[in-house]
Ligand binder design. Sequence first.
Ligand code: DN4
Ligand code: BGC
Ligand code: ZN
Ligand code: ZN
Length: 362
Amino acid sequence: MERIMALTTSAPKGGLSYGKIHLPINIEGKAKIKPVYTGLCGTDRAEIAGGLPFTYNPVGQDYMIIGHEAVCQVLDIEENNFGIKSGDYVVPVVRRRGSCINCRIGRPDNCSDVDHDIREAGIRGLDGFNAEYFYDTPENLIKINERSMLKVSALTEPVKNVMKALEVFEKLSERSIFTGDDSTYLLKNCLIIGTGSEAFLYAFMAREYRMKVYMTNRHELGEQKMKIIDEISVSFYNYMKDQGPDKVDLIIDTSGDPATIMRFVRKLNYNGVAIMFGTNGAASDTPISGNDINYIVEHNITIGGSVDGSKKHYLNAIQHLEKWNYSEGGAVNKLITGIYDPDDTGIFMEKPSDEIKSIIKW
Ligand code: DN4
Ligand code: BGC
Ligand code: ZN
Ligand code: ZN
């Protein structure tokens, strides 16, 4: 049995160790892959802290390799229908198809029974990508064509979430005419709650729609984040101090905090859309009044949740990253605020104050 170095946790109780593990022997038909960069996010940190009760180890293991964001190189692969060859760079998908109707049509992101039907690499019952090398099925690999932007490609997985959420927005906003009378989104305001990596990626996307984009948080931001915000022509305000725009057309929440979300819902314009993306099970309850409900009803407000993304969203993500890599003065590169070694395990425990996206170089 092969022994390799990997970063592992034990779900759901958490913890993190970097050391030798045995790789499973069932590798038939699978490609051998080596990560080049892996990304880490709040999901990994929450798992390690034991804060995600829905996580579980792969069957027969008392540990799970952590990590669901990666760009990898294929070391060895048999001929396959997906045109992936040895030497290619690929992004492995997180969520694996189950047997419900949505999974069967290639949309495990809309799985009808997440707790029983699907597995997620590095999260639910399947090893993730922080290992010297691993094996995966060609069906779950997305090829990267632009080899010159491998580092930025580490953002493919978080961007695929944005692509899915924007699909949700487009569907929800179709219930009325959402564009202006000039056929564009130029006069539409988008408010993004939170200033983490996903919030920045949403800002890139909303800028591409040419909306006027605001980001907000309950504190000031450091110089590094403010510089990027300026470069991409977004406005930031600290909502504890400043008012922000009077009305907004689209809210994207990345905080998962109910009190914060309710603070902004009544800023939505007629026919406004709010996308709930952030999750925080530990957040406090907040009251919601009859007048809040009146407001939502009378204004035809649509509130929609969005999780994960499917293979088509990974493909969209790659296209958008390529575009962003050559626009906004290359600001997308600056979202990667730190590069670490696999044995720098401290980065999983504590988030640097000005972090947008930390990645590990393998
Ligand atoms: P993150 O970097 O932890 O971002 C969360 C952001 O929300 C940070 O900037 C927080 O600020 C900010 N925040 C927290 N509380 C408040 C508040 N009360 N008011 C304003 N801002 C607040 O995580 P991420 O960017 O990786 O992901 C964003 C969220 O989406 C997380 O909740 C993830 O669990 C969730 N997520 C969902 C999916 C999915 O649906 C995928 C990936 C992530 P600060 O205090 O850190 O400055 O598929
Ligand atoms: C991943 C999603 C996943 C979600 C819930 C996120 O960090 O980006 O693909 O579905 O966690 O497990
Ligand atoms: Zn992630
Ligand atoms: Zn399913």
